[in-house]
Design a binder for this molecule. Structure first.
Ligand SMILES: NC(=O)C1=CN([C@@H]2O[C@H](COP(=O)(O)OP(=O)(O)OC[C@H]3O[C@@H](n4cnc5c(N)ncnc54)[C@H](OP(=O)(O)O)[C@@H]3O)[C@@H](O)[C@H]2O)C=CC1
Ligand SMILES: N[C@@H](CC(=O)OP(=O)(O)O)C(=O)O
Length: 369
């Protein structure tokens, strides 16, 4: 059996990866070795059988013995350890959640329900670096890859509604702490059916602006508000999250010439599901039924939601999708700008298809060759 090192299993993405690997009984197919930068010697996570104690994730000699390394540890770790490992002559497969290596020419961004052919070609060519994509980009492609596969897409504009989990575990906690502060501030007024709504509103707004409001992680309120900027600035007024949408979509699908993808990325008060409103310019007027067929048949997880109020409010929400692998897309309709303009709305769990699941499946793809 191949030796697979798992670095970063204690983190948020790593914990979701462990849950999924256990659920899919992946550990039957390889010998896992767990690594940590801070807990070497500790007990490995429960996988239903005895495993060695946790190894030191900075020990190149131990890492060199592995056939495959999966890292959910973060970009700084990749920057530090990956080049040292390759320089030490390691020829194994590196599978990573961090963005560090994504745009490197020798790396493939993995999302196999969408780009299995690109992955297989790279494996045949001897590529050894396989990197998970940006969560927003991966979720968008899980939803609309069918349109790209048909060659129908001229451009896509994405307006995102991104969950706190994309920023990290501390930010998720801060969102809930902010919700608690807001709830506490309004509690007595809420309990009084005769209280005036504007008094409740005033209590909430005063709380959001109070210097004691918990904003250590986000710098500003997210609960009862939103944050219209994710990640660092890049060129032309874009945020890095917006930049990734274009470069990663085109790299994942290996599109030539490139299809423009751009829009606004916004953080909202959801826990772990990202949503996106999409405007898609088709190359020609395609009947809506053909559009829905192409979308719905493109993979096993995308689900077309009929464009009715009842179905949309129930099935196109973080509350419904959280913790599941399904990627619903709905509100599909032609827009007033013309019959080539398509509107749609999609939701997906960013810790699953947006992070852990493509990595988990990449391990299996390598093992099954
Ligand atoms: N969050 C997201 O939505 C996504 C993240 N990614 C990428 O995945 C990587 C990891 O992200 P994420 O999982 O959010 O990072 P976390 O901060 O949750 O975990 C990273 C590491 O922090 C260490 N750590 C320190 N204290 C704790 C603690 N109390 N509990 C658990 N772990 C702790 C662990 O390493 P150790 O055992 O060595 O101490 C852990 O592996 C990043 O590169 C990120 O960019 C990719 C897609 C989406
Ligand atoms: N940046 C994403 C999370 C993510 O996937 O990041 P990255 O592209 O670094 O893996 C968010 O904040 O929602």
């Amino acid at each position: 059996m191949k030796n697979v090192g798992i670095v970063g299993f204690r983190g948020m993405v790593g914990s979701v990866l462990m849950e999924r690997m256990n659920a899919e009984k992946d550990f039957k197919f390889f010998e896992p070795k767990f690594f940590s930068t801070s807990q070497a010697g500790g007990k490995a996570p429960d996988i239903g059988r005895e495993t060695e104690p946790v190894g030191n994730a900075n020990d190149i000699e131990s890492l060199k013995k592995l056939d495959i390394i999966v890292s959910c540890q973060g970009g700084d770790y990749t920057t530090q350890v990956f080049p040292a490992l390759r320089q030490a002559g390691w020829k194994g497969y590196w599978i990573d959640a961090a963005s560090t290596l994504r745009m490197e020419k020798d790396a493939i961004i993995v999302l196999d329900p969408v780009n299995r052919a690109v992955i297989d070609k790279a494996l045949d060519a001897g590529v050894r670096d396989f990197i998970g994509g940006n969560c927003t980009t991966s979720l968008m492609l899980m939803a609309i890859a069918g349109l790209f596969q048909q060659g129908w897409v001229e451009w896509v504009s994405t307006m995102t509604y991104q969950a706190a989990s994309g920023a990290g575990a501390k930010q998720m906690r801060e969102l809930v702490a902010q919700m608690r502060a807001v709830g506490n501030a309004a509690a007595s007024l809420l309990d009084n059916p005769a209280s005036a709504i504007l008094d409740i509103d005033r209590a909430v707004t005063t709380t959001l602006r109070d210097p004691s409001f918990p904003v250590t992680e986000f710098s500003v309120p997210l609960a009862a508000s939103l944050i219209p900027w994710i990640d660092k600035p890049v060129e032309d007024g874009q945020s890095r999250e917006e930049w990734k949408g274009h470069v990663e979509t085109n790299k994942i699908l290996d599109l030539h010439p490139a299809v423009p993808v751009d829009g606004n990325c916004v953080r909202i008060g959801a826990m772990r599901c990202h949503s996106a409103g999409l405007t898609i310019k088709l190359k020609r007027d395609i009947p809506l039924a053909d559009v829905e067929n192409a979308i719905g048949q493109s993979n096993d997880w995308v689900q077309v939601v009929p464009n009715t109020k009842e179905e949309s409010i129930r099935k196109l929400s973080p509350a419904f999708v959280s913790g599941s692998l399904r990627v619903p897309i709905g509100r599909i309709r032609k827009m007033k700008m013309g019959p080539e303009y398509l509107s749609a709305f999609t939701v997906g769990d960013q810790l699953l298809w947006g992070a852990a699941e493509p990595l988990r499946r990449m391990v299996r793809i390598i093992l099954e060759r």
